[in-house]
Design a protein around this ligand. Structure first.
Ligand code: AN0
Ligand code: CP
Length: 316
């Protein structure tokens, strides 16, 4: 694998999950693979899990890891070509990227959707510049339209907890006070569509995700109906994708907050969320604290998904 930005880069998904679970049993088995290799992690946005789990994954493989927070101590970067740089940005991304490439063997990039220009976001302009200009393999640590390391960890978690061959998995929108990217639900849908699950998406009207990710998935606008007999509930907020509302909040209806009321109609479903989560907006305290909540093992699997991806890249 050269670059990792979406589910297709994993190849055979079932095989990838199987290998990831093998890694989990003995995560130090490949510690010589990364010897004298450097992993650079570049963050344009905040992170807790991705930062720690990806760095840990690199260390498990014996790599040296460097973390750069663009907004804390690096020069502010101009990202548009042709701009007369007489403003507050002293460096252009077209120099910064190849320079970063000089100091490492693999680059992870976190660059969220900015919600200023839909085409700029959905063309994955920032991470594609890294792919084009760094000269090094690049993987997504959540880019504008996807968070595949998260979705891969989610699938590993579902594989570990499922009680039937083809569980019912429901992705539900939930309210949030800020406009959040579609990256997490996009990638979750992308992975679930390739996995052996009965996949349903529920959200208020107006929150339709891009066809490219939803593909043939069932959409159910009635949240209670969607939850019936579900084995896994995956909650997430996202801002609107469809024009003319791209990046806007259309609803903060707290009847969509996942609570015991909705969980009661499920098949004693597990509750999942990528975290960070706003309690009593996305999910009530009692549901996230219940025995059915698997948000912590889900986060733990971020180390495993990252290790599988970095291992494949450095094995090349
Ligand atoms: C981000 C998002 O919704 O994409 C990161 C989630 C992993 N969440 C927030 O910014 C709160
Ligand atoms: N789930 C996730 O990616 O969390 P962070 O934003 O804390 O990295």
């Amino acid at each position: 694998m050269k670059h990792f930005t979406n589910v297709k880069d994993l190849g055979n998904l079932q095989q990838a999950v199987k290998e990831a679970l093998e890694i989990k049993k003995n995560r130090f088995a490949y510690k010589h693979l990364g010897e004298n290799k450097t992993l650079l992690m570049v963050f344009f946005n905040s992170s807790l899990r991705t930062r720690l789990s990806t760095q840990k994954a690199g260390m498990n493989l014996g790599m040296n890891t460097i973390v750069l927070d663009i907004n804390q101590g690096a020069w502010k970067l101009e990202t548009e070509r042709g701009v007369i740089m007489d403003g507050d940005k002293p460096e252009h991304i077209l120099e910064a990227i190849p320079v970063m490439g000089c100091y490492c063997d693999v680059i992870g990039v976190r660059a969220f959707a900015q919600f200023e220009d839909k085409a700029y976001d959905y063309n994955e302009t920032i991470i594609n510049q890294f792919i084009e200009h760094s000269g090094k393999p690049v993987f997504s640590m959540e880019a504008a339209t996807g968070h595949p390391l998260q979705a891969f960890a989610d699938l590993i978690t579902i594989e570990e907890y499922k009680k039937t061959k083809r569980p019912k998995v429901v992705l539900t929108w939930a309210p949030h006070p800020r406009a959040l990217p579609q990256a997490v639900p996009n990638s979750f849908a992308d992975f679930m569509n390739e996995a052996e699950v009965d996949f349903v998406i529920t959200h208020p009207k107006g929150y339709e995700l891009a066809d490219k990710f939803v593909r043939g998935a069932r959409i159910e606008y009635d949240q209670m109906k969607a939850f019936e007999n579900a084995d896994f509930i995956y909650a997430k907020n996202w801002a609107a994708y469809s024009d003319p509302n791209y990046g806007k909040i259309l609803s903060t209806d707290r009847s969509w907050t996942v609570s015991a009321r909705q969980m009661a109609v499920t098949n004693n479903a597990y509750f999942m969320h990528c975290l960070p989560v706003r309690r009593n907006m996305i999910v009530t305290d009692d549901v996230i604290e219940s025995l059915q909540s698997i948000v912590i093992p889900e986060a733990a699997n971020r180390e495993i998904s990252a290790q599988w991806v970095i291992k494949k890249i450095i094995e090349q």
